[in-house]
Design a protein around this ligand. Structure first.
Ligand code: COI
Length: 322
């Protein structure tokens, strides 16, 4: 089994070497992204291992021509791969499932930072403004938290929150019996109406894209706090900005934003980013922005590398079209 590993970061190299050996796979490792210009790197390989770069038909066609049988993405989400097209050519597409604690703990951190106005406290400290003006916070134990999506991450957020004493509302099309003692499942309307803080843990699907928009925000409590550690596309960014400016939304913590894919994980220190909405949000004292780093722990990166190799190896030994 020969695997072409694309977009390998420095912090992943040793893990690829370790798990490549463990699974008996021969790896060709590159820091380059998977784009048509680098497609040749997968010549002679049975599988390709990618991360967040969008993979469309042109690239898939070239890999198919080389005899690639599997595309493994080291991510949970796989909307960046034209998986239906790949599968129609008999190429398997797999994603990974890594420890949900990484994003769940980050979510709780973002909630606490938002309700305690931590961005203002930290930035004011840098300017030696130690006054108490406008930084009085609230206690999570007195709040109602709405969790949208109770897959592994949403479920872990609920379990983590259960120690804080807050009321927890949950919404998902598939309700989990195991969560019933910890959260009250309800419809989206009730969740919007009753939550002081809303956190998103749902994948990007046709009916979840743009679900947080002018209309849904209007049905939320005045002064609601929004947390998005899931996918930028779930939120209509222009509508969120409008709601933050009017005060309808009191604060937000966003690890993701629409249009992030060509920006995050790159260094723009000395050049303009060119994402106007990102700049507006970043300038707000009540908005915490992070560059899609909620996943980034030793444990999760280890899982991403390990399980993506395991999937390539399994696909290589499975019957065609699996
Ligand atoms: C995922 O695994 O789906 C993530 O969101 C993290 C990835 C962008 C590195």
């Amino acid at each position: 089994m020969k695997i072409a590993v694309y977009s390998c970061r420095e912090d992943e190299t040793a893990l690829f070497e370790k798990y490549g050996k463990e699974y008996g796979a021969e790896l060709s490792i590159s820091s380059l992204p998977p784009i048509p210009e680098t497609a040749h790197f997968a010549r002679g390989c049975d599988a390709v291992n990618i991360i967040t770069t969008p993979v469309g038909r042109e690239l898939i066609d070239i890999w198919h021509g080389y005899g690639v049988k599997a595309i493994a993405t080291r991510t949970v989400g796989y909307e960046h791969v034209d998986h239906e097209y790949a599968r129609s050519l008999g190429i398997s597409v797999s994603n990974v499932s890594y420890t949900p604690h990484t994003v769940a703990e980050y979510t709780v951190m973002a909630m606490l930072m938002s309700i305690r106005k931590m961005k203002a406290i930290l930035t004011r400290y840098v300017g030696q403004d130690f006054s108490l003006r406008e930084i009085r916070g609230k206690e999570l134990c007195n709040m109602t938290v709405g969790v949208i999506g109770t897959g592994k991450i949403g479920e872990t957020v609920i379990k983590n929150l259960s120690g804080f004493g807050c009321r927890i509302l949950a919404y998902d099309v598939h309700e989990k019996d195991g969560l019933r003692g910890l959260a009250e499942y309800c419809g989206l309307d009730a969740l919007y109406r009753e939550s002081d803080l809303i956190t998103l843990h749902t994948p990007a699907l046709p009916d979840t894209c743009g679900m947080i928009n002018r209309d849904s925000i209007a049905s939320m409590k005045d002064g609601v706090i929004l947390i998005n550690m899931a996918r930028g596309i779930l939120v209509n960014t222009a509508d969120l900005i409008e709601a933050l400016e009017s005060g309808k939304v009191a604060a937000a913590a966003l690890d993701v934003i629409e249009g992030e894919s060509s920006i995050y994980y790159k260094d723009f220190k000395y050049r303009p980013v060119g994402h106007h909405e990102m700049a507006i949000l970043q300038a707000m004292p009540n908005v915490i922005m992070t560059p899609h780093t909620a996943f980034f722990t030793d444990e999760a990166v280890g899982d991403m590398v390990r399980y993506s190799i395991e999937h390539c190896v399994k696909a290589g030994t499975a019957a065609p079209n699996n």
